[in-house]
Structures are given as C-alpha cells and as structure tokens.
Design a binder for this molecule. Structure first.
Ligand code: AHM
Ligand code: MG
Length: 334
C-alpha cells in the first residue's frame, strides 16, 4: 500500500524546504484545511439540516445569498480567527473586509481573500460547489489591524492560493508558488491525503466552457471565437461553478471563458477572490489566464474588494489561440 501523506505532513515538509520559513503560513494552510473539512461535512448533508435555500438576503455583489454560503463563510472566518495567523478576511459574502482580533503571542502576518462557496446556484440541486481562497502577506504594520491596502494587491503578489471542490469526492488543491498539489479527503480517517502530486494542465483539450445562453449578449468577436470552438468540434461543458469547470480543465485540458455581457459589462467574476486565486493556480500548473482585453489577470490592478473582471483561462495553447484570434479579428477594419 502506498504510504499516505496527509495535507498537514505535506505542508510541514514544504515548510522545511525554506530556511526562512517561520511556520506561520504552514499553520494558516492547516487552518484552511480544518475549515474545508467542516464545510464538507455540512455540504454533504445540506439537504438534511435545513441549510438549503435562499437566506433571504443578497451579498455585496447583489447575488442571492444561500444559507450554505453564510455557513461556509462563518466556518472559514472562525477557523482563521482561532488559528491566529490571519489578521483579516475579505469574502464574497461580506461588503467590507473583517478585521480578526490578534491572538495572544501571535503576530498575524497574512490576510485571506475567499469565495467561501462558489457556484451557489448549484447548492439546492446537488451539483458540485467549491471554495476559493488566496493568501497575501500583509503590507500594514503587524502592530495594528489590517488595512484595505493589505487586500488590494495584484494576483501576482499572492503567496498561496487554492480551492476545495465538494464533488463526488472532496479535493483540496493549492499552490504556494512552487507547483500545484491535490489532496483528496479520506472520510475514514478525516484527513486530506496527497492524491494528485505536481498537477500540470494539458497544453490543449477538447472542451470549451462558457455560458452559451449569453451568446447573443457577447461582443461580436467573442461570438465568432465561440463559433470557431464549435466548428472545431470542441465539446461544451459548463457546470455553473468556476471551481468545478476549472478542475475538469486541470485534468482534461480546455478553456473557460466568462466574457462581458450587457448585464455584466466588466464580466461577472470577481477579480480578488475568484479570478486571481484560480489564475494563480492555473499558471502554476502551466496554464494561462487573461481578460478579454488580452491582459494577464495576475497583473491587473485591484481597486476594490468586489471588482469584477472578464476572464479567459485554461490550457496554454488554447488561450494563446484565443488571444491570436481576437488580435486578428480586432485588426480587421470593419
Ligand atoms: P457565485 O460565487 O455567486 O456562485 O458566482 C460565481 C459563479 C461561478 O462559479 C460560475 O462560473 C459563474 O458564477 C456562473 O455564472 P452564470 O450562472 O452567470 O453562468
Ligand atoms: Mg463565486
């Protein structure tokens, strides 16, 4: 039997690689792993404990908040608060960032950005959902509370990012900037165990992932590109959960697009806690992530917590082909 390597053991081993590591990031990643296990337990029995359905409120982005969104948000914040390594959290579910009180004898050096439950529209119909998180080193002085500038950092400044996919099995995938590793939750021992070491995205794939229902609301060049995907016999797969769609692309290759529409003129997905962390991971796995202006996502300035961005992300050859298509199309005077 292959030796089991748990997430905790892997993180601690990773810490030993860096002489200057102090263990703070290690403990922070472990706090996130604990929260993911608690959320997983509730996601798996959501239908039984009346945490399905709409909570009767909406979040900072105006989306209907599901009860499970609120639950997941509270669990991650509580675990981060108890761990003492994080001084603040910005969340899809909160208008403003939340300052975490210092824990005795700990000088929290990090802030966390997160979408506690991504793909909320899937919750009530038992389709996979996920959590997305990113970790930044705070810029403000450790002696005081975190500040907005701690969060408004580009994706390239992330020190770690990851996602949890609550699907047929529960997998936690993360990177600290040295490759991507996946850990599958073994419920029999309650541990995330290394199952997908050194994940690499295929250079290309047979899938494209976009909400075809908005086709007529996309810009003309985007419609022509999507036509080309269809004409190239690519298959359309779209789950309505960015984490799920991108997890599939990590294994099978492909391209995911959320362009601007008339309703979302800057795109729907939020730069801080959806596009940046997922782009960090995809780039670490060898993929690419740009917006529909063909700019690298991780270099986009972050001006506000809930700022939206368009995104085109996935296999490098497919993103490059899309970029070349748009450049050719835009170069043609109509
Ligand atoms: P959410 O975080 O409120 O669930 O919204 C983000 C989700 C993404 O996971 C998914 O890719 C997208 O919204 C689907 O949006 P749409 O239903 O407009 O296609
Ligand atoms: Mg989301």
């Amino acid at each position: 039997m292959n030796r089991i390597i748990t997430l905790d053991e892997f993180i601690i081993r990773g810490q030993k690689q860096y002489t200057d590591s102090t263990g703070h990031l290690t403990r922070l990643l472990r706090d996130i792993g604990i929260a993911a296990k608690i959320v997983n337990r509730e996601v798996n029995k959501a239908g039984l404990v009346n945490i399905l359905g709409v909570a009767g409120s909406d979040n900072a982005s105006g989306d209907d908040v599901q009860k499970l969104d609120i639950f997941a948000n509270e669990v991650f914040i509580d675990c981060l608060k108890n761990g003492g390594e994080c001084c603040g959290v910005a969340s899809e579910e909160l208008e403003e960032f939340v300052v975490l009180d210092p824990v005795k004898n700990k000088d929290a050096q990090y802030v966390v950005v997160m979408d506690p439950l991504d793909g909320s529209s899937n919750i009530d119909v038992n389709v996979s959902v996920g959590t997305i998180f990113g970790i930044y080193k705070r810029k403000s002085d450790c002696s005081g509370p975190c500040e907005m500038a701690d969060f408004l950092q580009t994706g390239a400044e992330l020190v770690a990012a990851g996602y949890v996919l609550y699907g047929t099995s529960t997998i936690l995938v993360y990177s600290t900037g040295n490759g991507v590793n996946g850990f599958t939750l073994d419920p029999s021992i309650g541990e995330f165990c290394l199952s997908h070491p050194d994940m690499k995205i295929p250079d290309a794939g047979n899938y494209y992932s976009v909400n075809q229902g908005y086709y007529l609301k996309f810009d003309l060049e985007m419609r022509r590109y999507i036509d080309q995907c269809s004409d190239s016999n690519l298959r359309l797969r779209y789950i309505g959960s960015m984490v799920s769609d991108l997890h599939r692309i990590m294994f099978q290759g492909g391209i995911f697009l959320y362009p601007n529409t008339r309703k979302y003129v800057n795109g729907k997905l939020r730069l801080l806690y959806e596009c940046n962390p997922m782009s960090f991971i995809i780039e670490q796995a060898g993929g690419l992530a740009i917006n529909t202006k063909l700019q690298r996502i991780l270099e986009l300035p972050v001006a506000s917590l809930h700022q939206r961005s368009t995104i085109v992300i996935g296999s490098p050859d497919m993103v490059k082909d899309m970029k070349a298509f748009i450049e050719r199309y835009s170069a043609v005077e109509i």
